[in-house]
Ligand binder design. Structure first.
Ligand code: GLC
Length: 471
C-alpha cells in the first residue's frame, strides 16, 4: 500500500466501557471493600453474614417458584423462542415493518422476533458481523447480508446452507445476478430480499425551465449541470456518494463500466486500462470543474439524498429507496423528481452497479427452524410487496415489477426492472472486502485530487493481483 494513504479500517464496533458502566461500578466497589477490610473487619463479617442470609431467602424463593413450575409456560403452550433479526435501518414510517413482524409472530405461536438495526453503512455492518461471527456469536439468528459478503461468509462457515428455502422452480422468479450473489460454490447461502441498482435522479422542473432533456451521456450531464448552475449558482450540479467507503466503489465502477472498462475479465485483473483512465479522469474532474460540490468527497447515501431532497441539487446518483422519500407529503421536491438510467460515455452503454441485501441464517443460531421460517416469510411475495410499497425497497422477485398496485404508486418500476436486469455485480469473491479496501482508497485519492488516475489504476492493478493471487 502506498505511503501516506494507508488503507485503514474504522474503529471496531465494540460495546465500550463508558464511565459509570457496570465494570466501573465493580471497580469502585472493589476499592470500597478493601478499605473496609482494613478499617473494620467486624463490619465486613456482618455484611457477609447478612448477605448470606439474604441469599438463602432468595434461593428458597427460587426453589419454591421452580417447584410450582413458575418458569414453564402453562401446560400445552409451546415454550417461547426469540429470534434476533439484524438489519439496517429502513427509512420511512416504521409501522409497516413492525406489522410484518407481528404477522409472522401471529402465524408462529411461541416465536418472537426482535428486529435490531445496525449502522447504515455497509462497511460498518460488515465489521460488526465479522467480529461477532468470528467469535462464534449466537446473539442473532437472521442477518441481512449485503450482496458482496455472501461468498466470504459462506466460505468462512458462518452462514448456513439455505438451499431448502428456495425451491428450484422459484429460482426463475429472481434476478439472475441477485441469485448469483446468494450462491457460493454451487450452494445457496442466502435468499434475495431486495435489490438495488444505481439510478440517476434529476429535477424535472429545472431541466424543463432551462431547456434540457434528461442526460443520456456523462458529457450531457456535465453540460446541463454547468449551464443550470450559471442561472442558479446556489444549486449544486451533481451529488453522489464519494466518501472513502463501499458506496464510492459502486459509483466509480459505474463510470468505468460505462466507458467500456472493468475490474476483472475472464479471471484477469484489467484495472489498468485506457477505458478506466477515461472514467476516472471524469470522476477526478467533477469537483474542480464545479459540476459537483466538494462535500461529495465525504458523502454517503443519506447526505446526498438529503441535499437533493431539500431542493439543493440538479442531479443525484443514488439507489432506488430515495424515490419514495421524495414523494412524501412534506418533501420540498415532491412531484419534481425524475428517475432515469445512469448516463454513459459516448459510444458505450449505461451500467448500474447491482446492490441489494439477502437474508442469511447464522450457523450458530439456537433456533434454526424458526429463523428459516422467518427468512421464508420475509422474502415472500407479500412481504416484498409491502417493503417495496412502504420503503421503496425493490423486490428481488421479478414478477412484482408488473404488480398493478405497486406500479400505480411507483410508475418508474417498469423502467427500473430493465435497469436491474442489466445491473452489473461487483466481483464475486470471498476476498471482496480486501479488494474493496484497495479500490476505495485509490478512487478516493482520484476524487480528492491526491492522485492521477493513471497512478491510482496502476497501484490498484498491482494490489488486486496480489490479493487474488493468495492461496
Ligand atoms: C446499498 C447497496 C449495497 C451497497 C451499499 C454501498 O446498500 O444495496 O449493495 O454495498 O449501498 O453503500
Amino acid at each position: 500500500m502506498r505511503r501516506g494513504r494507508a488503507v485503514r479500517g474504522k474503529p471496531f464496533l465494540h460495546a465500550s466501557t463508558a464511565p459509570g458502566s457496570s465494570s466501573n461500578a465493580h471497580f469502585s466497589a472493589g476499592i470500597r471493600l478493601r478499605a473496609a477490610a482494613v478499617g473494620n473487619l467486624i463490619l465486613v463479617r456482618r455484611v457477609i453474614l447478612s448477605t448470606l442470609r439474604g441469599l438463602s431467602v432468595l434461593a428458597a424463593a427460587v426453589l419454591l417458584v421452580a417447584a410450582c413450575g413458575g418458569g414453564d409456560p402453562p401446560a400445552g403452550a409451546p415454550a417461547e423462542r426469540t429470534i434476533v433479526f439484524k438489519h439496517s435501518k429502513l427509512f420511512g414510517d416504521p409501522t409497516a415493518f413492525a406489522a410484518l413482524i407481528r404477522e409472522f409472530e401471529a402465524q408462529h405461536p411461541g416465536v418472537r422476533v426482535r428486529a435490531e438495526t445496525l449502522p447504515s453503512a455497509s462497511d460498518e455492518q460488515h465489521q460488526f458481523y465479522v467480529i461477532n461471527l468470528r467469535g462464534g456469536s449466537a446473539d442473532f439468528d437472521v442477518l441481512a447480508l449485503d450482496v458482496i459478503w455472501v461468498a466470504e461468509f459462506a466460505r468462512a462457515g458462518w452462514i448456513a446452507d439455505v438451499g431448502d428455502l428456495l425451491a428450484a422452480e422459484e429460482h426463475g422468479e429472481y434476478f439472475d445476478a441477485s441469485l448469483e450473489s446468494a450462491t457460493w460454490e454451487g450452494r445457496t447461502y442466502a435468499v434475495p430480499w431486495f435489490v438495488d441498482a444505481g439510478l440517476l435522479y434529476y429535477r424535472k422542473d429545472l431541466l424543463a425551465r432551462y431547456g434540457f432533456e434528461p442526460p443520456r451521456t456523462w458529457e450531457e450531464l456535465e453540460r446541463a449541470a454547468l449551464a443550470i448552475r450559471e442561472h442558479e449558482p446556489a444549486l449544486h450540479g451533481f451529488v453522489f456518494q464519494g466518501k472513502q467507503y463501499e458506496g464510492l466503489v459502486c459509483n466509480a465502477l459505474e463510470y468505468m463500466w460505462s466507458a467500456g472498462g472493468d475490474v476483472l475479465r475472464d479471471g484477469d485483473v484489467v484495472l489498468d486500462s485506457a477505458a478506466n483512465r477515461r472514467a476516472l479522469e471524469f470522476l477526478g474532474s467533477l469537483v474542480p470543474r464545479g459540476i459537483s460540490p466538494e462535500l461529495v468527497t465525504t458523502a454517503t447515501e443519506e447526505p446526498s439524498r438529503y441535499i437533493f431532497g431539500s431542493g439543493r441539487a440538479v442531479f443525484m446518483r443514488n439507489w432506488p429507496y430515495a424515490w419514495t422519500l421524495f414523494e412524501q407529503a412534506d418533501s420540498p421536491v415532491r412531484g419534481k423528481v425524475g428517475v432515469a438510467p445512469l448516463p454513459h460515455f459516448a459510444g458505450h452503454d449505461s451500467a448500474a452497479t447491482l446492490g441489494g441485501w439477502n437474508l442469511g441464517l447464522n450457523r450458530r443460531s439456537r433456533y434454526p427452524d424458526e429463523a428459516a421460517a422467518f427468512i421464508r416469510f420475509m422474502t415472500s411475495p407479500e412481504a416484498q410487496r409491502a417493503l417495496a410499497r412502504e420503503y421503496g425497497l425493490n423486490p428481488a422477485r421479478r414478477r412484482l415489477y408488473a404488480d398493478p398496485g405497486l406500479l400505480a404508486a411507483q410508475p418508474h418500476l417498469e423502467e427500473l426492472r430493465a435497469v436491474l436486469d442489466a445491473a452489473r455485480p461487483r466481483p464475486v469473491t470471498p476476498r471482496y472486502a480486501q479488494l474493496s479496501q484497495v479500490l476505495q482508497s485509490e478512487f478516493s485519492a482520484v476524487l480528492t485530487g491526491l492522485d492521477e488516475p493513471a497512478e491510482a489504476l496502476a497501484e490498484a492493478q498491482r494490489e488486486t493481483e496480489r490479493i487474488l493471487a493468495r492461496p
